[in-house]
Design a protein around this ligand. Structure first.
Ligand code: DGL
Length: 259
């Protein structure tokens, strides 16, 4: 048994961070599609195809709980994944818990930072409105953030200006709650906080998804493994800088589209 976690790249590590707080030694199999990151500008059909192949791979490696740690594929592919693999593994995505939290704590104006594909899917907005039709949801597609975060440098000076340009329009709408609707963004949490101030509630989908796991009876102490579709050595260095406690014993390069 293992927990399978996948993302386009480094972003899913923000979920691993939350997972490690509850399951410090559980076997995690991670897949980062670093050959194809970023996912945010891709078409729904391609995203569904990629999420399908990665999920099939993680299940073939023994994962019985799959966390789609990418908001973009969670928004577009989760129903397809559940239909196809639901009897082999429990499949949870990040959008539902994130939207649920926004509906729970939003006062009036909710901001959503996410990739273009997530924003355009309208899934977050729909899920929030299904629980709270009195909220306004203001979206911002932040196309430049994932490529910057994928360099592994989340403190670059350039980030401040880029973030400011994305956040200013949301601040102008007086958002009281802000969803970091891409799992890469919590790496910028402190930077975001510096810009938005202390009054706005920040929602981290990683925290919400992990607390939404009702029961995982794993107990498998086998080593955790990280796969990436491109240059696992480079990924290992960046992952260890961003999350020293990731707990992966080995890193391998493997493209699921080739197996
Ligand atoms: N971490 C992915 C998400 O949550 C990033 C998508 C991308 O690669 O653009 O949406």
């Amino acid at each position: 048994m293992a927990i399978g976690v996948f993302d386009s790249g480094l972003g899913g590590l923000t979920i691993v961070k939350s997972l490690r707080e509850i399951y410090p030694t559980e076997k995690i199999i991670y897949y980062g599609d670093t050959l194809r990151v970023p996912y945010g500008g891709k078409k729904p059909e391609e995203l569904i195809h990629l999420a399908d192949r990665i999920t099939g791979f993680l299940i073939s490696q023994g994962a019985t709980l799959i966390i789609d740690a990418c908001n973009t594929t969670s928004a577009l592919a989760i129903d397809v994944l559940r239909d196809k693999y639901g009897d082999m593994a429990e499949i949870i995505g990040v959008v539902e818990p994130g939207a649920h939290k926004a509906a729970q704590i939003g006062k009036k104006q909710v901001g959503l930072m996410a990739t273009e594909a997530t924003v355009n899917s309208g899934v977050y907005q729909k899920k929030i409105f299904s629980k709270r039709d009195d909220l306004d949801v203001h979206t911002m597609a932040c196309a430049q953030l994932v490529p910057i975060i994928e360099t592994g440098d989340v403190d670059s000076y350039q980030l401040k200006d880029v973030l400011g340009a994305y956040l200013d329009p949301l601040l102008a709408e007086n958002v009281d709650t802000l969803v970091m609707g891409c799992t890469h963004y919590p790496f910028l949490k402190e930077r975001i906080r510096e810009i938005v101030g202390d009054e706005i509630c920040l929602i981290d989908p990683g925290v919400e998804v992990v607390s939404s796991i009702e029961h995982y009876g794993g107990g498998d102490m086998e080593p955790s493994i990280c796969y990436t579709s491109h240059d696992s050595e480079d990924f290992s260095e960046k992952a260890t800088t961003l999350l020293a406690g990731h707990g992966f014993s080995t890193f391998h390069t493997l493209d699921v589209m080739e197996v």
